[in-house]
Design a protein around this ligand. Structure first.
Ligand code: FES
Length: 96
């Protein structure tokens, strides 16, 4: 199951501001579901790498797309500020 689904099932708002309705609904193209992830998750595939290589994201930044990343075990997820979650201010941190 993708991180996005786990968060939404637990009532955790994945998106910042207007992107809660203005997003690609899990297609991996908008990049607004970006989060920092620690723990057992799937490796990024081409769709995620492509989107994270485009501004405001960068492959050098430690973020993953929640809609494209599958949970494989214990995971700690942190959402950062910015419409795409690309900022430096922590919005929330959770464990699943
Ligand atoms: S919801 Fe658009 S990239 Fe994840």
């Amino acid at each position: 199951m993708a991180i996005k689904q786990v968060l939404l099932q637990n009532g955790i708002e994945l998106y910042n501001g207007a992107t809660s309705s203005l997003n690609c609904h899990g297609l991996g193209t908008c990049g607004t579901c970006a989060v920092q992830v620690e723990g057992a998750v799937s490796e990024p595939e081409w769709r995620e790498r492509t989107r994270r290589s485009l501004p405001p994201h960068s492959l050098a930044q430690n973020r993953r797309l929640a809609c494209q990343t599958k949970v494989l075990g214990d995971v700690k997820v942190t959402k950062f500020s910015g419409a795409w979650g690309q900022g430096n201010q922590i919005v929330w941190t959770s464990k699943s």
